[in-house]
Design a protein around this ligand. Structure first.
Ligand code: FES
Ligand code: FES
Length: 196
């Protein structure tokens, strides 16, 4: 089993803390969190996983998107203790050890990142989309990505990158079972920011 990332010993002193045990990017973490500590604060400030971005802090922009049990959530409004017993994936956990996720390669190929501020959240929202749907429709893409704002307007390139991954899967499949397969979540539930 992988070593624990952190024991929580550097936790700020607060009046009320809660025990948490979770998986973060495939590694176990066990410790105490402040009752009011958001998952965004937890990953950025405690674990120093700063690929998750802080922007609106009001579940509007999607820059802080992470996956909790494979579903995209806005970590700025999700309390860290709610993730206890769950698997949390940040952008640092998306790529395999020996390369990049196909989505990351497609984003690079298509120029789907300009300033890059939205990119980690956008990639994780796209990852959840492509885990839920092997061939997502425009409507399904829209529902998953509606809560992720790209102020650089790279939406066309992002759609092209998604399409690249879908087409590569189709080429690879050729008689093999499709990837993904867990029941498609309701996007509004999976990513509450998508309702904004
Ligand atoms: S920082 Fe969380 S949605 Fe904007
Ligand atoms: S690439 Fe700049 S906000 Fe999306």
């Amino acid at each position: 089993m992988a070593d624990a990332l952190h024991t929580g010993s550097a936790m700020p002193q607060t009046s009320h803390t809660m025990p948490v045990a979770l998986q973060i990017n495939g590694r176990p973490w066990k410790g105490e969190v402040r009752a009011e500590e958001t998952l965004l604060e937890f990953v950025r400030e405690r674990l120093r996983l700063t690929g998750t971005k802080r922007s609106c802090e009001s579940q509007v922009c999607g820059a802080c998107t992470v996956l909790v049990d494979e579903e995209p959530i806005s970590s700025c409004t999700y309390l860290a203790f709610e993730a206890s017993g769950k698997r949390v994936t940040t952008i640092e956990g998306l790529a395999p050890v020996d390369g990049l996720d196909p989505l990351q390669e497609a984003f690079i190929r298509r120029g789907a990142a300009q300033c890059g501020f939205c990119t980690s959240g956008m990639l994780l929202a796209c990852k959840a989309l492509l885990q839920a749907y092997s061939e997502p429709t425009r409507e399904q893409i829209g529902r998953y990505l509606n809560g992720n704002i790209c102020r650089c307007g790279a939406y066309v390139q992002i759609l092209e990158a998604i399409q690249d991954v879908v087409e590569a899967r189709q080429d690879d499949a050729s008689g093999l079972p499709q990837q993904g397969g867990h029941a498609a979540p309701d996007a509004a539930k999976a990513n509450p920011a998508a309702q904004k």
